[in-house]
Design a protein around this ligand. Structure first.
Ligand SMILES: [Zn+2]
Length: 445
């Protein structure tokens, strides 16, 4: 029953690998049109939209073409030039772009910054060619994502970019969703691409209920339990445990590297550099020369340690998100509610949880699930409510009814009970307790 304290980035149960990269949710500034996805009705920004973002790889040659395209359209939008290569349709979102630009400028001014702001990405309408040859999206959109040939084209600028197979598969699935998402292509000023899907399906009206109960824990990561309730019957399945990546050590080492580089302190430098190598999975001896070149070497190692820390955290978030998306889509016949006992403390680790939480909320909006923060205690007996006694590490026993449970697992079950109380769903509450009586040891692991 002992859980290793420092499980090195291992997940007790690994979530599925994301089929396509889950990336940062586009940040929406107040008052802007959400990334130009679809023209908003009555000029009101849409609320409650969920997003998915893919970043197709772009070859060097295509990046140059895309930079030219970017500059052409920006210059045209800003009135610097009056001629436009390619169809007028490329400027379909010019107005939205200008608004975004004004907004960025305004924010910079308010923040007291004087350097000119970076120009926001362009938005370009997209159509898809499906594997069967049918076309989805606006028939005259200048960007074609050809899922039959596995390429993205912007003909007027000669851009033909091959797409990875995993991305093609993901986009086929996305196009077949009901309701189908809105898509738009973003071209950044540096010639990179982002394909953004957005949608806000109505909450499902179904008799079956899927509760995804997630307990956040600072040191122990996320614990999840799945509960399906239908026809007065309940099915309970242990979900994965997503142990947090072992990034805290990297962060500490990075901080030490940085301060050693800044202060020029050389004591135990060799040991510090060796530890950094170890964390970066490089088994090698520190040479004398590296110690002479210390500040530069330290800064370089600092950058690499930070990059690895960010990568570990990002991969962790992606695993959580991919698992939840798969779970919600696999239960398309049920009304899905994601219950989260949120950690409220403010630490570096809680920042990581906050970021994954934001992704889960976005996912719920996109998949038509509900996100509901709820409190639940892992110390109270889920059966009778008495305060448990800790009999082993994170294992509790009820002095009144004798039930034993693992604190994190019980917390997820308590979330479902609290949800039943909150929604006055007496049948759900009753069958959950019945289930617990029949499986008294189920919350032990
Ligand atoms: Zn009890």
């Amino acid at each position: 029953m002992h859980r290793g304290e420092n499980a090195v980035g291992e997940q007790a149960v690994r979530g599925p690998e994301p089929r396509a990269l889950e990336l940062e949710i586009p940040r929406l500034e107040r008052g802007t049109v959400p990334m130009g996805v679809g023209k908003p009705q009555n000029n009101r920004p849409r609320v409650g939209l969920g997003f998915r973002v893919w970043k197709p790889r772009v070859s060097k040659a295509n990046r140059e073409k895309l930079k030219t395209l970017y500059n052409d359209i920006v210059n045209f939008s800003l009135g610097v030039t009056s001629e436009l290569r390619g169809p007028k349709y490329l400027t379909y979102y010019a107005e939205e772009w200008e608004k975004m630009y004004e907004n960025v400028k305004e924010m910079r001014k308010r923040a007291g910054k004087r350097t000119p702001p970076r120009t926001p990405p362009l938005l370009i309408p997209v159509r898809f060619v499906m594997p069967d040859g049918s076309v989805r999206g606006d028939k005259s959109a200048p960007c074609v994502v050809d899922l039959r040939r596995g390429e993205l084209r912007i003909s007027s600028y000669g851009v033909v970019q091959r797409l990875r197979r995993s991305l093609v598969r993901a986009l086929v699935e996305e196009n077949n969703l009901n309701p189908r998402p809105d898509f738009v292509l973003q071209v950044t000023r540096r010639g990179f691409l982002r394909l953004v899907a957005s949608r806000a399906p109505p909450k499902r009206d179904a008799s079956a209920l899927l509760l995804v109960c997630v307990d956040e824990n600072l040191g122990h990561g996320l614990h999840a339990t799945l509960i399906r309730f239908n026809d007065e019957r309940v099915r309970v399945a242990r979900g994965p445990t997503f142990k947090p990546p072992n990034a805290a050590l990297l962060r500490r080492i990075a901080a030490q590297l940085q301060s050693a580089a800044d202060t020029g302190t050389t004591s135990e430098l060799r040991a510090l550099i060796e530890r950094a190598y170890e964390e970066l999975n490089e088994k090698r001896e520190v040479e004398g020369g590296e110690l002479y070149a210390a500040p530069d070497r330290l800064r370089e190692l600092y950058r690499r340690a930070r990059a690895k820390e960010r990568r570990l955290n990002r991969e962790w978030r992606n695993r959580v998100v991919a698992w939840l998306r798969r779970t919600v889509r696999a239960n398309a016949d049920a009304r899905a509610v994601v219950l989260v006992d949120e950690v409220t403390a403010e630490t570096a680790q809680s920042g990581m949880l906050r970021r994954v939480r934001r992704k889960l909320m976005n996912l719920c909006a996109y998949e038509g699930a509900e996100y509901l923060p709820l409190r639940a205690s892992g110390k109270l007996c889920p059966r009778c409510g008495a305060m448990g006694v800790e009999v082993a590490r994170r294992i509790f026993k009820c002095p009144k009814c004798g039930l034993e449970w693992h604190r994190d697992r019980a917390a997820t079950f308590a979330l479902a009970l609290n949800y039943a109380k909150l929604t006055e769903n007496e049948a759900l509450y009753r069958v959950l307790l019945e289930w617990l009586n029949e499986h008294p040891r189920a919350l032990l692991s």
